[in-house]
Write a protein that binds this ligand. Structure first.
Ligand code: PLP
Length: 408
């Protein structure tokens, strides 16, 4: 056996053996690098791929039009695929435990592609559970892509299905209330209709929806997967058959991810388990302190944990947003620094107020994405922003007397 064969075998063995999530996070999508004499993944910025064999290119385009499978050999054109982005897709699929994944320019582009795939098959009815991220709710409610939505609770999914239902959509934990859905039970209720779980808040570190029966796992990769607040991206982890249709829609509609974003996302994945676990420990402690605080009416923190905390204040939530100094008052989530926002004003503003409140998004709810700062520094900032405690007189959040409760 020559050296080359030996090293190829060894490489394949490592790639196919089961590996823990922490190992996949730093190795998946990079298994070929050492054999190429590389350590950091290359960034391929090509928009086109030269070839003197246009018959071969025609065959590759025909194959793509038929199955949506990634072309064998160079991608022909940047809208069909990109090697750097493909590394991120491979890595995310390994983390989510799916056959493959398809990346998009944003989370909304990813959801749009799923709706277009199903709509183009004549399956334009969607069953969805509130709350969802405000723009996802809006996309469905407004029917911008020709879909029609039935809103229900998890127990009502089976009854809401119709012959033309193409998709069931849930978020768990949900944005912004952190309400959790029993994924296995909903997957069962879906029967043969694909269940899409938006796993943005949990990440594969805390929950792998495909293991519970979800056919599609969506991320706003803008959040924890990128992890540093500097990449807009989306991704759908799924089986190869659905991925082919998603790639065809991505090719035809153009919502591709830039290769630099693909590189940053792959880099982000390598620290995902460490970031999520560290931020989750801090978030759990902050949730505990908030739940014991008389200025807080209610704390929402999921059973599965995570780095998101939501809480309802007795006082004017706008005053709290205006008063934070270390914490950044901004929408979005999943970065290394802590962000605080008022969903009724920003992330869920676009949802009709009655629908928003009906989904449990109170006007006094604040949503906090906990980062990697020291827990006591974060608590000092929150404590000051919440104002004086009631027993010490009037302050931002002083005018109340009821005891707080830890929800979820
Ligand atoms: C749960 C969830 N899904 C989807 C999206 C949309 O993602 P993007 O902003 O990357 O388009 C967001 C954005 O906040 C989100 O929070």
């Amino acid at each position: 056996m020559d050296m080359d064969t030996t090293s190829t075998r060894a490489h394949d063995d490592i790639r196919t053996a089961p590996r823990a999530l922490a190992t996949e996070a730093v190795h998946a999508g990079r298994d070929d690098l050492a054999r190429q004499g590389l350590h950091a993944p290359p960034i391929d910025l090509s928009t086109t791929y030269p070839s003197y064999d246009s018959r071969g290119e025609a065959a590759r385009i025909d194959a793509f039009a038929t199955t949506g499978a990634e072309p064998d050999g160079p991608p022909v054109y940047g809208r069909l695929g990109n090697p750097t982005v493909a590394r991120f897709e491979t890595a995310l699929a390994r983390l989510e435990g799916t056959e493959t994944a398809v990346a998009f320019a944003s989370g909304m582009a990813a959801l749009s592609a799923v709706l277009l795939v199903r709509g183009s098959m004549g399956l334009r009815h969607v069953v969805a559970v509130r709350p969802l991220y405000g723009c996802s709710d809006h996309l469905l409610t407004a029917g911008l892509l020709g879909s029609e939505v039935t809103w229900t609770d998890p127990a009502g999914v089976a009854d809401a299905l119709r012959p033309d239902t193409g998709l069931v959509l849930v978020e768990s934990p949900a944005n912004p209330t952190l309400a959790e859905v029993d994924l296995r039970a909903v997957a069962h209720a879906c029967g043969s209709v694909p269940l899409l779980v938006d796993n943005t808040f949990a990440t594969p570190v805390l929950q792998r929806p495909a293991e519970h029966g979800a056919r599609l796992v969506l991320h706003s990769a803008t959040k924890y997967l990128g992890g540093h607040g500097d990449v807009l991206a989306g991704v759908v982890a799924c089986d190869e058959e659905f991925a082919g249709r998603l790639r065809q829609v991505r090719f035809a509609t153009g919502g591709v991810l830039h290769p630099l974003a693909g590189y940053l996302l792959l880099r982000g994945l390598s620290t995902l388990p460490v970031r999520v676990r560290a931020a989750s420990a801090t978030a759990a402690e902050l949730a505990r302190r908030l739940a014991a605080d008389p200025r807080i009416a209610r704390v929402h923190y999921p059973r599965i944990g995570g780095a998101m905390v939501a809480f309802e204040v007795h006082c004017d939530p706008h005053e709290v947003i205006a008063a934070v100094r270390l914490i950044t008052p901004a929408v979005s989530l999943g970065s290394v620094d802590t962000l605080l926002q008022h969903p009724a004003s920003i992330s869920h503003r676009i949802v009709n107020a009655d629908d928003r409140r009906g989904a449990g998004v109170s006007d006094r709810l604040l949503r906090m994405s906990v980062g990697l700062e020291d827990v006591d520094d974060l608590w000092s900032d929150l404590d000051a922003a919440l104002g004086q405690r009631p027993e010490r007189g009037a302050g931002n959040c002083a005018n109340h007397h009821s005891a707080p409760a830890l929800a979820n």
